[in-house]
Ligand binder design. Structure first.
Ligand code: TEU
Length: 628
């Protein structure tokens, strides 16, 4: 048990402690090396409040100690790729159904649209699809507010359409994972309706009703509590006020969830992406959030649910009772989970999750979504190295984009002249690092952010709510700028299926409008151009399939400290491939030659000489002596 007399070094030696401290440093933009300093390591926790002038108070120390003492386990060792699995070999493709393809002319994408585009996806070479929620929902948060887990939202189609989609995917040797949103339901879910109407009913305890709210805040702005007059009480919602947090401590609720999960697996689903799954266990009593932590992290109360006391137990139950009997795959969306706790959540012997999504690489240290800056890819390299070198049983998910974030190209370098090489550099890294790539729709076309200029172009509940909250604290203009920069809607505009009006997405006015970029950057135009981003993805995905070393091979990173150069070997007894990249927009000196190497793919037409050009990226095959 750790206490006040232990030191910063002791906290760093604890898996959860290390993750928390590194996360906090990341948030304030201080290098992790700071915590390795012997003098810092020796500081006693009880001295922190005085030494930091109150920036870290006693409550902060007590909260961190409580968290640490709730996790007795330490990650195991072992760094190999583990057993073979389809989901390690697969390239996943994330579909945001609402914006993918509209087959019935109502301006909203649907299952029929996905079905109609399976040739495109198969041709791209992806193996598995992840669909964001398509369940029945009032769509307060585009489907992440589920009203009925057993039904399909009518604008997306019917259960028959869904069955047809699964069947057609399986016929093509492809797989489907669904989004499982079980941290919360819609306020229109019948459980919530029943709980609201009758506290004594079996569902009365399915949510967090309290006589008095605590100080936790919602991710979408404002308090995390909503007044429910029928019960003369308050109810907890970590997201919008129409997404009510489920009380996983209730065993009957867990049973219902597991049953529901099994019913989808019975239909043939191959696995799930589990929405904010690390939030499901809240600390009993829902204690108030610490102000110092809130100040650093931006979210008050987070420490009481991002790694709750029963998290491991509930994940194991879910796995044992629902996933394992079907050998179903799981990838958890886990904001705030670091490298050591990732091991505790995914190392195979622990039988919890197969993979997680960690988000620490999506912004540079000290930056948040909404900050207008240029993302330095050197940070991505720095971030990924320890995950690659000390996986501890973690199989990495490799991604830069999803439906919650602006486009990566725009973050790194929005200059149009580098767009294509940069898109290809990102693709090459994603397909050759060790882990499973998740491509977000449109990424394969090299899509970039929208030129949003006013709030009325946005549809996302997060953007609209934050606008209300932030304009009070930072003023209308600053709030607007931050939101237009970071809005999730950059990723949510319709796919670019052609250069016609509505981008070939729909016959009708789409539910969200987009700028004119699709007129040139669209699927058929790129399909016809051998040098396009789309064709680069196609070739890369095929290379990944024909070179298993890219999946199961060892990874050896070289020149780790050399800025702007990212160079690594993928090695197996059969072959060695080498990735050589320039992470910057300036030319850099090469450290290897092209001799005895055969170029498999690169983003410039000719071979490099002594220099790597802006964002140049090459995949080499090392020639073996006998074959020269
Ligand atoms: O996102 C959870 C999450 O923590 C963030 O990514 C969130 O979108 C936001 O950036 C917090 O500031 C998941 C889903 O991916 C997201 O679309 C949902 O809105 C959210 O959960 C609630 O279900």
């Amino acid at each position: 048990m750790l206490n006040q007399n232990h030191t910063v070094g002791d906290v760093m030696d604890h898996p959860l402690g290390q993750d928390i401290l590194l996360k906090l440093l990341l948030q304030i933009g201080i290098s992790r090396r700071f915590l390795g300093h012997p003098l810092i390591r020796r500081i006693r926790l009880s001295h922190l409040p005085r030494l930091t002038g109150g920036k870290v108070d006693e409550g902060f120390v007590a909260t961190v100690l409580e968290l640490l003492n709730s996790e007795p386990d330490v990650p195991g060792i072992g760094s190999g790729p583990g057993r073979a699995a389809w989901w390690k070999e697969a390239v996943f493709y994330q579909i945001y159904p609402k914006s993918f393809m509209d087959s019935n002319g109502d301006g909203v994408g649907d299952l029929g649209g996905i079905l109609a585009k399976l040739d495109y996806l198969q041709n791209l070479g992806v193996d598995a699809l992840w669909l964001t929620p398509i369940y029945d929902s009032p769509e307060a948060d585009n489907g992440y507010d589920i009203r009925d887990y057993q039904a399909i939202l009518s604008t997306y189609g019917t259960m028959a359409d869904f069955d047809a989609l699964i069947q057609e995917l399986h016929r093509r040797g492809m797989r489907l994972i669904m989004d499982l949103v079980v941290n919360h339901t819609s306020d229109e879910h019948r459980w919530f309706q029943e709980a609201m109407g009758d506290p004594a009913s079996p569902k009365g305890d399915y949510y967090f009703f309290r006589d008095d709210p605590n100080n936790w805040v919602s991710f979408f702005g404002g308090s995390a509590w909503k007044r429910i007059p029928q019960r003369d009480q308050w109810v907890l919602h970590l997201f919008s006020e129409r997404q009510m947090d489920l009380n996983w401590d209730n065993p009957a609720l867990r049973e219902e969830i597991f049953r529901m999960v099994r019913s989808w697996l019975d239909r043939g689903v191959d696995g799930f992406r589990l929405d904010v799954i690390n939030y499901i266990s809240k600390r009993p009593g829902l204690p108030p959030g610490n102000e110092c932590l809130a100040h650093i992290s931006g979210f008050r109360g987070f420490e009481h649910y991002f790694y709750g006391p029963n998290l491991h137990r509930y994940l194991r139950e879910l796995r044992r009772q629902a996933l394992d009997p079907y050998e179903a795959f799981s990838v958890g969306e886990t904001p705030g989970i670091g490298r050591q706790t990732a091991k505790l959540l995914t190392a195979p012997p622990r039988r919890e999750l197969d993979m997680i999504f960690n988000f620490d690489h999506l912004e540079n240290p000290g930056k948040v979504r909404g900050d207008d800056y240029r993302y330095d890819l050197n940070y991505y390299k720095e971030y990924i190295i320890p995950w690659m070198e000390d996986p501890g049983g973690v199989w990495m998910s490799l991604f830069y984009e999803n439906h919650d974030n602006p486009r990566m190209i725009s973050k790194v370098n929005p200059e149009p002249q580098v767009r294509k090489v940069l898109a290809k550099l990102l693709a090459l890294l994603q397909m050759t690092l060790r882990g499973t790539p998740f491509v977000f729709q449109g990424q394969e076309l090299g899509r970039v952010n929208q030129n949003f200029t006013s709030m009325d172009q946005l549809r996302d509940v997060e953007s609209l709510n934050l606008d209300q909250t932030w304009r009070k604290t930072m003023g209308e203009e600053t709030a607007r700028r931050k939101i237009l920069t970071g809005t999730r809607d950059h990723a949510r505009v319709p796919m670019a299926w052609n250069s016609d009006r509505q981008a070939g997405f729909s016959e009708a006015e789409p539910w969200i409008a987009q700028d004119q970029d699709y007129r040139t950057w669209n699927a058929p135009a790129e399909s016809a151009d051998p040098d396009s981003v789309l064709n680069f993805y196609r070739r890369l995905i095929r290379l990944r399939r024909s070179h298993p070393v890219l999946v199961y091979g060892e990874i050896r990173i070289r020149f780790k400290k050399t800025r702007n150069l990212f160079l690594y070997h993928r090695v197996s007894p059969e072959e060695t491939l080498i990735v050589e990249c320039n992470l910057s927009s300036r030319r850099i000196r090469r450290r290897i030659t092209s001799r005895s190497r055969h170029r498999l793919i690169s983003n410039y037409p000719d071979l490099p000489q002594g220099w790597l050009r802006p964002y140049e990226a090459i995949l080499w095959k090392q020639e073996t002596k006998g074959k020269q």
